[in-house]
Design a protein around this ligand. Structure first.
Ligand code: ADP
Ligand code: MG
Length: 301
């Protein structure tokens, strides 16, 4: 496995930032570490990347122990820290050359050019880092994280603070990079996980509260589905609740209803028959999945 965390607890003085956390991530997985602010995401990443020692427990990257073999870990790991600290007075190429030097790369120039091409930095490569937009600064952060061609990439909130266009661009870049590496990224945005990750680990108050395939999570936690229906006239809640499979009905604008239904039957057919029986017309009918956002709120409230 690529990453293994075994019973890790981290105390900052008396405050427990991580509480007996264990996880394993296999080679090639793209895993989202999802949690509200203060959950312990950055702390966990700092332990995996050797920036902090655990108070208890152990972490391994490609079987190397982060506490006792940190040089080996750093060689196989690329890290984009939270808030992407960069040297603003350095030029893009100068900074990448500096980073390539730290990793003792042999053919620095070729590798820097490859990274500039990969991360789309070409139009900005002659600028000072401080003069770049946030999106381009993030590309520089990714280029430095990848310059030594690590197997494992750790990104702490890689799209936070970017505007919507920049978010889309950086996500595309992460997807491209993620196809050939093991990736762990943290975020407090649920849509980010859905957009990028095959698996999600939800962390809250230093504890893992869920760990599953992104597509399974909803089914695991919700035994119901949502149906949105619009009638051509006013229909009473009591009447709607008589429809087979409907557990709850919430009145929305106009004659729209949001229905919580059991997953086992297709309630859409029942609703249609119900409308015909009562001489209502169904103007629209749609099935909706519970959002992973609701799940997140449920798990971390
Ligand atoms: P997240 O990245 O999920 O927002 P962090 O790992 O940064 O969470 O923080 C987890 C908890 O540990 C928080 O309550 C935070 O205030 C605390 N914490 C983080 N870093 C330090 C530190 N250097 N000293 C003391 N407390 C810290
Ligand atoms: Mg953080």
């Amino acid at each position: 496995m690529s990453i293994q965390v075994k019973n890790v607890t981290k105390l900052y003085r008396h405050q427990k930032a991580l509480d007996n956390v264990s996880l394993t991530i296999e080679k090639g997985e793209i895993v989202g570490l999802l949690g509200p602010n203060g959950a312990g995401k950055s702390t966990l990443m700092k332990i995996i990347t050797c920036y902090l020692p655990p108070t208890e427990g152990e972490a391994f990257v490609n079987e190397h122990n982060t506490a006792t073999d940190s040089m080996a870990v750093r060689r196989v790991i690329g890290y984009l820290p939270e808030n992407n600290p960069l040297y603003y007075d350095m030029y893009v190429k100068e900074f990448l050359d500096f980073m390539a030097g730290l990793h003792h790369l042999k053919d620095k120039k070729t590798r820097i050019d490859e990274m500039i091409a990969l991360t789309g930095l070409k139009p900005e490569m002659h600028k000072r880092i401080g003069a770049l937009s946030k999106g381009y600064k993030q590309r520089v952060g990714l280029a430095q994280a990848l310059i030594h061609n690590p197997d494992v990439l750790i990104m702490d909130e890689p799209t936070s603070g970017l505007d919507p266009n920049q978010i889309v661009e950086i996500r595309e870049l992460i997807r491209k990079i993620g196809s050939e590496k093991t990736v762990l990224l943290s975020t407090h945005i649920m849509q980010e996980v859905e957009a990028l990750c095959s698996r999600v680990i939800i962390i809250d108050k230093g504890k893992i509260v869920a760990d599953n395939k992104t597509e399974n999570l909803r089914d695991l936690f919700f035994s119901s589905e949502i149906i949105l229906v619009e009638f051509d006239q006013k229909v009473s809640k009591d009447a709607i609740l008589t429809v087979k499979g409907v557990k709850n009905a919430i009145s929305k604008l106009g004659n729209n209803w949001e229905l919580e239904v059991v997953q086992t039957t297709d309630t859409r057919k029942e609703l249609f028959d119900f409308a015909v029986r009562n001489n209502y017309k169904v103007l629209s009918l749609a099935k909706e999945k519970h959002s992973i956002e609701e799940l997140f709120q449920q798990l971390t409230k």
